[in-house]
Design a protein around this ligand. Structure first.
Ligand code: PXG
Length: 296
């Protein structure tokens, strides 16, 4: 049995899961998405992901053709149809099919699809040895141009940064904003640890308000750290005890080198390792449970 995709209002075979070349998601990147994970038959923070999806769509005046409750059911239906207990879920809503002009009013109905598949985990060595990062020339989108808080289908800002990181021979990019403050990586938020303080940039510098970021801020407080959301520069990262990234795909991943400066002892730090352990305990607990299905 092949992969089943939820398209608009029903499950279809992968080969039938196609959208029009006139879809404005494709023609203009006009749409929104979420990347979600399930762990042992529980969709981690599904409600928070749906809230963010609806908020991004609201600002784009994009009407999602389904209620939040119906969408929650559709996600679970897709997981069950594919017999997945641990999965990566991609939820996409586009403006829909229109004409060759960019006017969204020409698109009568949004296109919605849900892909659920086995997760492609980051290599184990990223967690054991830590990542090497570099700041890249591409500046993060200005919040008054395309606010990074909107999780839209227009990811070229991030893709350009990723290309630059690859060209520089490092694992991941750090994007600064137009003022030179640290924002985030291409698909992860950034944190640094100094003593008993953990700092991450505030949303107004121009970042996606990551759901993992929120969880990690809470976990840090619960474990005796003071957590600050403050603007900072690369210097603060270079001189930190520890640096780590957070995201749905990455979870928590240590960083050991930035722009050729060794961070702390040059190995994953003890606070990062502690948070990674606590986070992994939490993932099969906080979210929406569904009936786990057979073996995978
Ligand atoms: N910043 C950016 C720019 C992101 O795209 C995050 C931070 C972390 O947010 P969450 O809510 O996941 O903690 C993201 C998330 C993918 C993929 O397939 C990307 C993300 C999430 C899941 C999958 O590239 N980005």
């Amino acid at each position: 049995m092949g992969l089943k995709i939820f398209l608009n209002d029903k499950l279809v075979d992968k080969k039938d899961a196609v959208v029009s070349v006139f879809d404005h998601g494709l023609l203009y990147g006009d749409g929104v998405f979420e990347g979600i994970r399930s762990y042992g038959g529980l969709v981690f923070k599904l409600r928070e992901h749906l809230d963010r999806l609806f908020e991004s769509a609201h600002t784009l005046t994009l009407e999602i053709p389904m209620s939040k409750n119906a969408l929650e059911k559709a996600v679970i239906q897709t997981l069950q149809a594919n017999r997945l207990n641990d999965a990566y879920i991609r939820l996409v809503v586009t403006r829909g099919t229109g004409d060759l002009g960019l006017d969204p009013r020409k698109c009568l109905r949004a296109t919605l699809f849900i892909i659920a598949d086995k997760i492609l985990l980051y290599p184990k060595e990223y967690y054991e040895k830590g990542l090497v990062l570099a700041t890249v020339p591409t500046v993060r989108n200005h919040p008054e141009a395309l606010n990074p808080q909107l999780k839209t289908l227009n990811y070229l800002n991030n893709i350009l940064a990723k290309i630059e990181a690859t060209n520089a021979g490092v694992n991941e990019a750090i994007l600064l904003n137009a003022q030179g403050y640290v924002t985030e990586c291409t698909g992860e938020n950034i944190f640094y640890v100094k003593g008993r303080e953990i700092t991450t940039p505030p949303p107004y510098v121009g970042i996606l308000k990551g759901i993992t970021r929120e969880v990690v801020m809470r976990l840090s407080k619960e474990n005796g750290f003071s957590v600050r959301e403050e603007v900072f520069t690369r210097h603060d990262l270079y001189t930190a005890d520890e640096v780590f990234l957070t995201g749905t795909a990455a979870e928590i991943v240590p960083v050991v080198k930035i722009d050729n400066r060794v961070i702390g002892a040059g190995i994953p730090g003890k606070s990062t390792l502690m948070l990674m352990k606590k986070f992994r305990k939490l993932t099969p607990k906080e979210g929406v449970r569904y009936r786990a299905v057979g073996r995978q």
